[in-house]
Design a protein around this ligand. Structure first.
Ligand SMILES: [Zn+2]
Length: 278
């Protein structure tokens, strides 16, 4: 009888221990689950905060870009009708009533008197750097332009080209009379005293390297860059500088724009401003 009682008690204890063990396992699993979930949430919240930060930065950058663009647009005080921005090319002839007041520069040359100081300053500063720039071409009369253009046509004809072909080829080197910037007095050809040939090697001279880099500070732009031939319709001329004003030249340099592109851009701004007013 006593033995039976002892066995019964042992069974009860055994069962209790089992229950206890099961409870402990469940409890441990619950803690483990909680821990894993917590970890995941933590990671997610870190990721979420990174996302928010990135979004914040993106918005801020976009805002900054927008503000910079607005500031740029507002900082351009130029108008497409400014004298410095006179567009002369194959599609834009010099106006018939165009008048230019000339002034002598570098003894044998003449340019629009409004650009003389800027031009002299640029040449003087280049010389102070030990360079030897010389003007090889400046203002040209329409008659002189015609003569140069016809000579070029003759040269191509001598090479066997037809009249039409010769005219076409000549126009890429010598502007068709009435469409050349030299007739405006706003353009000059500058070369190095040590290399006076008008070809692409000119860009390798110290004079051109300096001018290409610095001419914008004096309001000049390299008018016919090598990568804009399609737009300017004139071959690369690393010697032809056109006065456009310091502010315009700086913007064009910063944004790698040729005059045609810059004037298009200004026109767009003017149209937008006009729309705002209407
Ligand atoms: Zn030129």
């Amino acid at each position: 009888m006593k033995k039976i009682k002892e066995n019964a008690i042992k069974d009860i204890i055994h069962v209790n221990i089992c229950i206890l063990l099961v409870l402990l396992i469940v409890f441990a699993l619950a803690i483990l689950y909680k821990y894993i979930t917590y970890k995941k949430d933590g990671q997610a919240s870190v990721e979420a905060s990174i996302d928010v930060k990135e979004l914040y930065n993106t918005i801020n950058e976009e805002k900054k870009d927008e503000t910079e663009e607005n500031n740029r647009q507002n900082s351009i005080n130029s108008s497409t009708t400014d004298w410095e921005l006179l567009l002369v090319n194959k599609n834009h002839k010099i106006p018939d009533d165009y008048k230019v007041e000339l002034e002598e520069v570098e003894i044998t040359h003449k340019v629009d008197k409004r650009i003389v100081d800027h031009l002299n300053q640029m040449l003087n500063d280049a010389r102070e750097q030990g360079l030897s720039p010389i003007i090889c071409s400046s203002y040209r009369t329409n008659a002189k332009q015609k003569q140069l253009y016809n000579n070029k046509i003759k040269a191509y004809k001598r090479l066997g080209y037809s009249s039409a072909e010769a005219e076409e080829l000549a126009s890429y080197w010598i502007a068709i009379p009435g469409t050349g910037e030299h007739e405006t007095g706003l353009a000059v050809d500058i070369v190095s005293k040590n290399y006076q040939i008008l070809d692409e090697k000119q860009e390798q001279t110290d004079v051109q390297k300096w001018l290409i880099e610095n001419s914008y500070k004096y309001g000049f732009t390299l008018r016919y860059p090598t990568d804009k031939k399609e737009i300017t319709m004139i071959n690369y001329e690393p010697w032809h500088y056109r006065y456009v004003g310091i502010e315009n030249a700086t913007y064009m340099k910063e944004h790698a724009m040729c005059l045609e592109e810059y004037i298009d851009y200004l026109r767009q701004l003017e149209e937008e401003k006009y729309k705002e007013l209407v």
